[in-house]
Unconditional design. Structure first.
Length: 257
């Protein structure tokens, strides 16, 4: 899957807000390394640098464009290319911070459980994942992909996004060995100029698995068919704008002293 920093950053403020909310739930930490997992273009990393200082923070990502953009933005920070499915911190961490990445990592629950074992006493694993697969924005992707002209290319598109684990499963798997778990949802309502803006938003994230496999000649046709569905599902408000409803799941796991 290709990631474009410029496309992602078209909605930087809205995308960074859950990272702020997640960081606000992180208590005082022990001394030690801080990792931004799936750091993207460095927007979430910048929040960590502000609170903990650049010297403590390492950003991890797989996308070259994201890593290059993050390194330009935060030249005093360390950025590493690594796949979170198998990545391991060099030493136990004070904070493993992951805003909007684990929905892209298979076997999410097991990876989170494995990471939760790599915390210092008092350390925290803090995760936010979009929980929006049943929203019209994502149902419309699947409906469009099922059209005869697109279906042959998109059999696997849906499988790239991992459904968010149920809160109950998170507690059952992670609240062990003296770890304190908190799970909550926040539903954001983003007013956007029009239906096209919703399409632009998801082009930076959720729509990529549906656009990347298509032959170039079909990309515009898919985008148009998707846009029509979005326009139906997100009618204008009285001021002409549309409202993108966006549920997100938050998780913190703290290793007690
Ligand atoms: C939606 S962006 C999140 C960026 C940023 N953390 C934020 O708060 O907005 C997700 C990032 O996760 C990265 N990513 C996706 N799968 C990954 C994996 N398996 N290992 C490491 N990074 C991954 C992508 O390259 C992308 O930069």
């Amino acid at each position: 899957m290709t990631w474009s920093a410029a496309q992602y950053l078209k909605f930087e403020d809205q995308r960074t807000r859950p990272a702020c909310d997640l960081l606000a739930a992180v208590p005082d930490l022990p001394d030690g390394p801080v990792y931004d997992l799936g750091c993207g273009p460095g927007n979430s990393t910048a929040l960590l640098v502000e609170r903990f200082g650049a010297g403590r923070v390492t950003g991890i990502d797989t996308a070259p464009d994201m890593l290059a953009t993050a390194a330009r933005r935060l030249p005093d920070c360390r950025f590493l290319s690594a796949d979170l499915a198998s990545w391991e911190p060099e030493a136990p961490a004070a904070l493993l911070f992951a805003n909007a990445v684990f929905q892209w990592v298979p076997d999410t629950l097991e990876v989170l459980a494995w990471l939760a074992e790599r915390l210092l006493p008092g350390g925290v694993l803090a995760v936010q994942m979009p929980d929006n697969l049943t929203e019209p924005s994502h149902a419309a992707m699947r409906e469009t992909a099922a059209e005869v002209r697109f279906a042959p290319y998109l059999a696997d598109a849906e499988k790239l996004r991992t459904p968010v684990p149920q809160p109950r499963r998170l507690f059952e798997r992670l609240a062990q060995d003296g770890r304190q778990v908190d799970v909550w949802h926040t539903v954001y309502n983003h007013p956007l100029p029009d239906a096209d803006a919703i399409v632009e938003w998801v082009k930076g994230t959720g729509l990529r698995p549906f656009l990347d496999p298509l032959p170039a000649a079909l990309v515009a046709a898919f985008t148009d068919a998707y846009r029509e569905r979005i326009a139906q599902s997100y009618p204008p408000m009285t001021d002409g704008r549309v409202l993108l409803r966006f549920p997100r799941l938050f998780l913190t796991v703290r290793r007690m002293e």
